[in-house]
Design a protein around this ligand. Sequence first.
Ligand SMILES: Cc1ncc(C[n+]2csc(CCOP(=O)(O)OP(=O)(O)O)c2C)c(N)n1
Ligand SMILES: [Mg+2]
Length: 751
Amino acid sequence: MATSKVDPKLNETDLRKPQKKSGDYQGLTRQQLVDAYRIMFTSRRLDDREIMLKRQQKIFFQISGAGHEAITVAAALAMKPGYDWFFPYYRDRALCLGLGATPYEMLLQGVGAADDPSSGGRQMPSHWGYKRLNVVTQSSCTGTQILHAVGCAEASRYLASHPNSAKKVGGDYREFKDIEFHGDEVTYVSLGDGTTSEGEFWEALNAASNLKLPLIFLIEDNGYAISVPVEVQTAGGNISRLVAGFPNFYFEEIDGTDPVVSYGAMSRAVAHCRAGVGPAFIHAHVIRPYAHSFSDEEKLYRPDIERQRDAARDPISRMQMFLIREGILDEKGINLLEKEVDDGLQAAVDQALTAPLPAPETIKQYLYSPGLDPTSAAFDTLAQGSGAASADGEGRTSTEQAAHEKKHAPKTMADLINSTLRDEMKRDERIVMFGEDVADCSREEYLRQKMVKGKGGVFKLTAGLQSEFGSDRVFNSPIAEASIVGRAVGLAVRGLKPVVEIQFFDYIWPAMMQLRNELPVMRWRSNNAFSAPCVIRVAIGGYLTGGAIYHSQCGESIFTHTPGMRVVFPCNALDAAGLLRTAIRCDDPVLFLEHKRLYRETYGRAPYPGPDYMIPFGKAKVVHPGNNVTVITYGAVVPRALQAAQRLDREHGIKVELIDLRSLNPYDWDAIATSVQKTSRVIVAYEDTLSWGYGAEIAARIADELFEHLDAPVKRVAAKDTFVAYQPVLESAILPQVQDLYLAMKELAEY
Ligand SMILES: Cc1ncc(C[n+]2csc(CCOP(=O)(O)OP(=O)(O)O)c2C)c(N)n1
Ligand SMILES: [Mg+2]
């Protein structure tokens, strides 16, 4: 770990000057040029070898970096592996070779070998990920990586100004998250021309520009996205023209098939970013001499004439001719180099084809942290003051007594979430918080001059945190949900702990790609080389009388259906505090669902449980003991089911065992099974729409594993299969009410 300062001698004008002096090859030595050619040629030949292997069905997919070798090898030469950070895409074979990945390692991914360093046989080839080189695991989704790169660049900035946060600490996720950083490190992200159409690209540009991040965007424009030409993707056909208005950027548009030109541009981009003055955008025009992938037949949409035009710019032959023309290598030298490459590749292929395959028993390995289990006893602590006789006020002065009473007064769920966040931020400098409106006030001077009190969230859950911990730890984000989650992924990959907020569950959907395909998959797909433990807090749910369709949604089962994601859903203040702390300290991504209706409810208030109170995931709570009917539920249905159960007891002496699951993935099967074995009758009740919901899984498992213990059919009580309407009469008819629960319980008890 080291930090270094920005070079004060560098200024904008110097940085922008092209250093073109004939013969100096933009600062590259003759040896570096030969090395560059070796890498480019290796990259192309490796693509050719893989294509052959695919034809022979020895590997199962192929996508090439052909035509992109010059700009990507230039990027490798201009940057530092294991120091800078890389978020490449599938065409970046030459980048990875240039940084130090070997052909053998790449072939291991092709065959899906156990020792494939990128994924252990879990991802397609060309899905790079090399921990030692800071090449971060990537998915197949076009564009998701751009937001990770933004988060990574933000982490660089944050760590430089909070160096102590990088210290290793035992007892929580930090034990498993080593942080290394350098004050002037630069992040690289690449993408194709077609991918610039993704919203995530624009969200990333906006953030990088606004925050002046040390981040290089490399657009590898080969003119096509599979079969769709660039003028269909990009208004006017040229992305450089569209992005030119973003402030703080260093821009260049270049011929990316020329390695020397490419190196010059990449070096200037790196210098701009290292100087800390803002991001860079290199738009490199390249070619795509092969089809999109092995599965694509490009003759269907590209005539020969186009391909011939491209062939004249092929970076491999251009570089070869350049080396000969400049007298750097003669034909003999070229032949020798190429033979060496071919021989090396043959050996690598032979070795990769006999590499051991991953064992089927390992399929679930690394869905979650292997180091820290949030269901374990380490996360089971007592609430402060619990069990002690706190009512005894003897010997206190009246002021002390008032303070004592205030401290021990019951707090709402909103209060205790706020105090948990505060306590954790105090304890752990790696925590950063952002989201829409989470800051007290973005215009800090208003706070400083005490002109305003500050907002701190639309529900005020983060109130006061910016004022206490600073604007680089708690800040507002643009209204861009994908970017909230995507940036969190990038920060978490670097070892920080983002605790971000999605303002309303109803608006989580723009982040769905990140929540489904990135956040919970990082660890599994990289075979534990990377992970992104962070907390996504989401205000969820209805019963608001007037919340309507877009402020009442649930939908938790969509996320419990995603392996790798922890999902918790507390229903009272104490559980919210205990589970949130576990969420923050654990080493997995957690979706933390906060019911809006319960934020300030009288039900479930509790005194402040202290700064270390934790509840392990996967532990249900029996809210009301009974032996006639089991009701399994969570969230805002808990207090409603409790009312129904109490009434049933009062009126009919029927004893309902009410179980609050509290965490939905993992969930407490033992508690369910124990209760069902006792009562033989079970209802699963939840606020979301009935069909295909969380209850379906629980009901199916009960039917499967507890069938012989049942005396009645498994019932569900849930919302009607429609949207939540605005008019309270409709809302009441749609969401499950106390009366619905009461009737279902009674009916089942009498079955
Ligand atoms: C979000 C998403 N949509 C669609 C795809 C399918 N797909 C894979 S590559 C690709 C084209 C990408 O084109 P471009 O960004 O120009 O990169 P190139 O392959 O040309 O280098 C598409 C549509 C995907 N992987 N991800
Ligand atoms: Mg393209």
